[in-house]
Design a protein around this ligand. Sequence first.
Ligand SMILES: [Mg+2]
Length: 140
Amino acid sequence: MPDIPPLLDETTTTGDLKRLVEAFVSERDWGKYHNAKDVAIAINVEAAELLELFEWVREHEIPALLADEEKRRHLGEELADVIMLCLNLASVADLDVADTVRRKLEKNRVKYPADMVRGNYRKYTQLRAQSKEEASHGPD
Ligand SMILES: [Mg+2]
């Protein structure tokens, strides 16, 4: 594998990443397979592969897992699979990732006010139960 220069979060936009994934798909003529449904399914398959890394790992073993070079590499690859497919879905569905994330975060800010949920597990669960009850009275 050729030695390629790193892309860093500080200097790479979500648009840059979307274009890299789009080029990868286009170069292989895979766009015909990448409809929104199949990409959403693939996201879940890759998310399961990510979860598999933690299957049967006890909570106290997680720091050692994250410190293990080979396991960190594997974790990064599975995380990348999920992220790339999420970027692919955003392209297929013509969604702007940054704006979509910002809008959803704002919705979550309203749904989970920091002053009500900060550091208080009991209040957080009570708020979620209340939100679920409100959601059952109409579309979210
Ligand atoms: Mg994978």
